[in-house]
Design a protein around this ligand. Sequence first.
Ligand code: SAH
Length: 254
Amino acid sequence: MQRYFVAPDRFEDDRVVLEGEDAHHLSRVLRAQPGDTCIVSDGVSKEALVAVVAASKERVETKVVEWLAMTSEPAVDVWIAQSLPKGDKMELVIQKGTEIGAARFIPFVSERTIVQLEPKKEAKRLERWRKIAKEAAEQAHRNRIPEIEAPVGWKELLKLAAAADASFLCYEKEDKQQLRKLIREVLDGRPDAAARILLIVGPEGGFTEAEAREAEAAGCRTVGLGKRILRTETAALVGLTCILYESGEMGGAT
Ligand code: SAH
């Protein structure tokens, strides 16, 4: 069943209007006829099975057939802070991280980040990343689209760490802290497991020792993801999956 995220103001009582790319896709690509159904969500609090009332290339009017429960979001909010990787690895992290259940992506620059920030390209890149997140969320039947922040600096990232219930800096030299235990510590303190966990992943060249110590001073815990060295684009997905698995969000009755 095709699914679209639309802005909250597109919902008016039991009517929902799709415009732009979504209207074009529904009316021209899927050739929707009156009575055909799809799912629309405002990505915040409303999701419904709707039936097409009238369809044109720019605008499709639909009517709510059934309001749907929003049950596909994890109780734990995992924010993935990813040091800007080379090439299109960030797109992979966003697409796969969205499928798995990340709530937000925060690209950042650290000492060994190879990619240089180019302000003129940034807007276009951010727009592409947000499109990838929207499409991945629709495909994954999520109730919301993860936010993609504009890249931040190292100091700014550490300030964000203070706003999370727990911040884990993925550090391959860490061989004492047990990630599973740390996750349990955060979750056991919360009956509905509604916690916000910031997962910080370094660039291809990793974090410096000084960065690891600075992050700890800012309240982060350094965590290992096993004895194997993971590529930067793998690490975020492994860390995210560990957290969601330990929270009971990866299969079975939660
Ligand atoms: N320093 C590594 C390369 C960095 S891997 C090397 O020696 O080749 C890129 C990032 O992925 C790291 O900064 C870290 O955040 C994460 N990472 C990779 N493997 C990891 C592991 N086994 N445990 C924890 N983090 C890991």
